[in-house]
Design a binder for this molecule. Structure first.
Ligand code: C5P
Length: 290
């Protein structure tokens, strides 16, 4: 077998806190992360004597080494000591780009899982996560996903009890945010509020979706940005339609809402679609076996 397929699941941040700026320029994070069923489809084929390359259904996505999936493939072969081989990566993207949903990281992680399988599993899950950390801060989480507490740059992961089953509505406004720029803007302000991460972990331990939804919080929403009135509008619509909680994910610009009722989630999605093109319903996605 030298072709395989993988689903690359998007992530949402149930909470996102930035705890310190580090000497290496990165920031220390404290995040509860969750994979959702919204995903890209990735096909990976092994080829002889060719560099790794990608194709994508979206014309504006770069398909050279700037693409994290291509970067991941090159790192994989180097770390595994495999010479004279490359990966042909076909990407069919559904996860909105520039949304804070780790779409590029999920694609890179899917390529690492696929190549590991195609090449006879040279890496165990821990080694694959270490390799993923060299590709990007969110890539280790995307290797197995599920419900995780992420610290450090985002690469130090501890499993949490699974998110209770729910419907998740995702809405991406037209604008996108630049991650490095948002971190720079965050450095210029003093954060006054932080998420109650322990409260969220307790809510997961007791399977209490109401308690969890009330505590969802993302400090990036506190960075002054005039476009955040659009974020506020989407959140209000989600709540008006019955969401138990709604926040922006990652560095945005996508917003999600948690619903216990599938019909209410569908209603929210339809209402938001009247104003925003990129709206989706999804489910919580459990951790993958790697
Ligand atoms: O690790 P990754 O390449 O995804 O990070 C992109 C950028 O986001 C970094 O160059 C840095 O500016 C910022 N970042 C950060 N702290 C983190 C993760 C990312 O400052 N924990």
């Amino acid at each position: 077998m030298n072709t395989t397929t993988e689903k690359a699941y998007a992530k949402i941040n149930i909470s996102l806190d930035v705890t310190a700026k580090r000497p290496d320029g990165y920031h220390d994070m404290l995040m509860v992360m969750q994979t959702v069923s919204l995903c890209d489809d990735i096909e990976v084929s092994l080829v002889e004597n060719q560099r790794s390359s990608a194709t994508c259904n979206l014309h504006f996505v770069p398909t050279d080494e700037r693409n994290l999936a291509v970067k991941a493939a090159e790192k994989f072969f180097k770390a595994a000591g495999i010479e004279g081989r490359g990966a042909l990566i076909k990407m069919h993207k559904l996860i909105p780009v520039g949304a804070g949903m780790a779409g590029g990281s999920a694609d890179a992680a899917a390529v690492l899982r696929a190549l590991n399988r195609l090449c006879g599993r040279p890496f165990d899950e821990k080694a694959l996560c270490d390799l993923a950390g060299e590709v990007g801060s969110d890539v280790p989480f995307c290797i197995a996903g599920g419900t995780m507490l992420a610290t450090g740059r985002g690469e130090i992961l501890s499993p949490l009890p699974e998110l209770p089953h729910c419907s998740i509505v995702i809405c991406k406004p037209e604008f996108s945010t630049s991650t490095p720029e948002l971190f720079r803007k965050l450095d210029a302000i003093k954060l006054r509020c932080h998420p109650d991460t322990n409260g969220i972990i307790e809510a997961l331990e007791s399977g209490d979706l109401v308690k969890l939804s009330r505590r969802m919080y993302n400090v990036f929403e506190d960075v002054p940005d005039r476009r955040h009135s659009t974020i506020a509008e989407i959140k209000s619509t989600m709540l008006d339609c019955g969401a138990m909680g709604s926040i922006m994910t990652g560095t945005g610009s996508a917003v999600f809402g948690i619903f216990s009722d599938d019909a209410a989630a569908q209603g929210a999605c339809e209402k938001l679609k009247k104003e925003f093109k990129l709206c989706y319903t999804a489910k919580d996605q459990p951790r993958l076996e790697v």
